[in-house]
Design a binder for this molecule. Structure first.
Ligand SMILES: [Zn+2]
Length: 294
């Protein structure tokens, strides 16, 4: 899990002015004819959203706003789709976000309304209420985080994640089989609510299982490099290779991404580094001969 930079608000007024204006569709006027005062009123709700750091409150649930205006904002979200007049909202939010901020596995394909569109119509097209997620994370979030009393979902723009390692991997090598488990831990020093929230999401979204499904494919991509490191420097060479790859991936992705977390843990596993990785990968001998000559 990671934070995403807060989207810039410089185009809010222009976006709302477009969202609250009429347009022609097959010769018929569609949309809502809003006023400059209404746009200003919606911007005030956005300010209230920022002040509350995206946490639901009465000012956001029932802003003093005409029902028709709220419905127009709700409906305007559909116009963020491809080729429609608010498509820039979607394009800007996806821009530069390579991986879903929650799982770090798949690219984001959907926009999640942090405060649901149906209940919080006024912020339906507010950029800081829209977080790009992958389909699976969004699906799980929609299926289980809206009930009263539930811990809320991570707000990737407002829940400031601590700069510490809180995703952990355990690795065990037995009978040429590598087993890996992931967990969230080490958050005792941060606010309880945030630590509990991260643990809850890790469990509810089956992130451990989803990482495991990726581990074999990912490690297979490291197999030849590890053989090369072992041929050149033995177990110390393998450890150095894993540490360097982990450092690179932290910079390429982020600290609590599952890949550098796994690589760093493997670099401390003597059984794995001291040739134990060889039967795990089972690279055909002729490939190794071609590569390393022995
Ligand atoms: Zn995801």
């Amino acid at each position: 899990m990671r934070n995403l930079p807060q989207p810039n608000r410089s185009t809010d007024r222009a976006t709302l002015t477009t969202a609250l204006s009429q347009y022609q569709y097959k010769g018929v006027a569609k949309g809502y004819a809003g006023t400059a005062e209404e746009v200003t009123a919606v911007l005030a709700v956005y300010d209230a959203y920022d002040a509350a750091r995206g946490v639901a409150n009465i000012a956001l649930t029932t802003p003093e706003m005409d029902a028709a205006l709220k419905q127009a904002l709700h409906d305007a979200y559909d116009q963020t789709q491809k080729r429609r007049r608010l498509k820039h909202v979607r394009e800007e939010l996806f821009s530069g976000v390579e991986l879903c901020p929650v799982c770090g596995i798949d690219p984001p394909t959907e926009l999640d309304h942090v405060l649901p569109r149906s209940a919080y119509k006024a912020v339906a097209v507010y950029v800081r209420n829209l977080v790009p997620l992958c389909h699976l994370c969004n699906h799980h979030k929609l299926a289980g985080f809206a009930e009263p009393g539930e811990l809320p979902f991570l707000h990737a723009y407002f829940d400031q994640l601590p700069d510490i390692q809180f995703l952990h991997a355990e690795v065990r090598l037995q009978d040429s089989t590598l087993s890996v488990t992931f967990s969230i831990d080490g958050l005792d020093a941060v606010a309880d609510s945030l630590g509990d929230k991260l643990k809850n999401i890790h469990i509810r979204l089956n992130l451990s299982e989803r990482y495991l499904a990726e581990v074999n494919i990912f490690l297979a991509s490291q197999a030849i490099s590890l053989h090369g490191a072992y041929a050149a420097g033995g177990s110390q060479g393998v450890k150095a290779q894993l540490r360097a790859q982990a450092q690179y991936e932290i910079r390429r992705f982020y600290r609590n991404h599952w890949r550098p977390t796994l690589l760093a843990k493997l670099s401390t596993c003597d059984d794995f580094c001291n040739g134990g990785f060889i039967p795990v990968f089972n690279v055909p001998a002729e490939i190794l001969r071609d590569a390393f000559g022995s």
